[in-house]
Design a binder for this molecule. Structure first.
Ligand code: ADP
Ligand code: MG
Length: 298
């Protein structure tokens, strides 16, 4: 496209809430063949709510929630905010912890504040995916987690040392605009793939509801970029749309990285295109503008 066409296209985009960060993004947006989409915050609202609190035998719901609240109250993670809000509503007091730290893509862990006497190494409290707990030797028979995941919920476990205290299930709604946008993208012949750190069961519930072609689930943040690279190749133009800190490497690895305007700063900085309205439908407008800029359509 000519420099003038690029300037006009970029300006029209800005007015429509589509931020093209470079000329190449404007020129290539309409050529995307494969669109990889983050689940949380892109296809779903990204504001999960707690649906179930299931303590294991001999554990009270209060003990489970107060441990969870102690771990999650200072975290920015959407699951953390839901759990902390739920604990506050239930009037539960958080366990006092120290050295709380996030383990990205897995969960969070911390030590009891009063356990500073060189005591047993199992003074660690953890909350996160069943896999995160299992990696740290916190294992039960897994039946509760499996039942809740089959209902299409995100399930996190809470453990004290190696003892699993129980599970918290959360559900996030599919964004009201997602179905129509997905249908429009499909009509343009794009291959539509969901990428998520969440479990495969919930991923397939969302994928089926929206009619996606493929899912890549249970992906750790450090592996997301690799999953994008695997899908690139001759004759394919891979777009990746996401919003999280975890999505930034994947946005960079894609031919065209697309960020939701509501996303984290690092996602916005890394992206080639920013959808200021934070709706997947913006991508359709971006593709149309791209095509028009290249003079393919009048
Ligand atoms: P996504 O790929 O959907 O953005 P993340 O990579 O942020 O998800 O997290 C993947 C999984 O790790 C979550 O589904 C959850 O099981 C676990 N997890 C990570 N951080 C937290 C946290 N702060 N609280 C609860 N669970 C967490
Ligand atoms: Mg995310």
């Amino acid at each position: 496209a000519t420099p003038t066409a690029i300037m006009v296209g970029t300006g029209l985009g800005a007015r429509a809430g589509l931020l093209f960060r470079n000329a190449e993004a404007l020129e290539r947006a309409h050529t995307i063949t494969t669109l990889i989409m983050d689940k949380t915050g892109t296809l779903t609202e990204g504001r999960p709510g707690v649906t179930d609190i299931v303590p294991n035998d001999g554990i009270s719901a209060d003990r489970l929630l107060s441990a969870a609240c102690g771990l999650e109250r200072d975290s920015e993670h959407p699951l953390a905010r839901a759990i902390a809000a739920h604990a506050a509503d239930a009037g539960v007091t958080a366990v006092a912890l120290r050295d709380v730290r996030a383990v990205p893509g897995r969960g969070v862990q911390g030590l009891r504040a009063d356990d500073g006497h060189g005591g047993a190494a199992d003074g660690m409290l953890r909350l996160g995916s069943p896999r995160f707990l299992a990696e740290n030797g916190c294992i039960d028979d897994g039946a509760v987690a499996e039942r809740l995941e089959q209902q299409g919920k995100t399930v996190v476990g809470v453990a004290d040392g190696t003892r699993v205290l129980g599970y918290i299930a959360l559900a996030d709604r599919i964004r009201p605009d997602a179905a129509a946008s997905v249908a429009a993208l499909r009509a343009r012949g794009l291959q539509l793939v969901m990428l998520t750190g969440d479990n495969a069961r919930i991923a397939s519930v969302v994928a089926q509801a929206l009619g996606l072609d493929d899912i890549i689930a249970g992906v750790l943040p450090e592996d997301k970029a690799h999953e994008i690279e695997k899908r690139r190749g001759p004759g394919r133009v891979v777009g990746m749309v996401g919003d999280g800190i975890n999505d930034a490497p994947a946005l960079a690895a894609a031919d065209i990285g697309i960020a939701m305007g509501s996303g984290s700063d690092i996602a916005l900085d890394t992206a080639d295109v920013v959808l200021m309205r934070s709706e997947l439908g913006g991508l359709i407008d971006a593709m149309d503008l791209s095509r028009a800029t290249l003079g393919k359509v009048r």
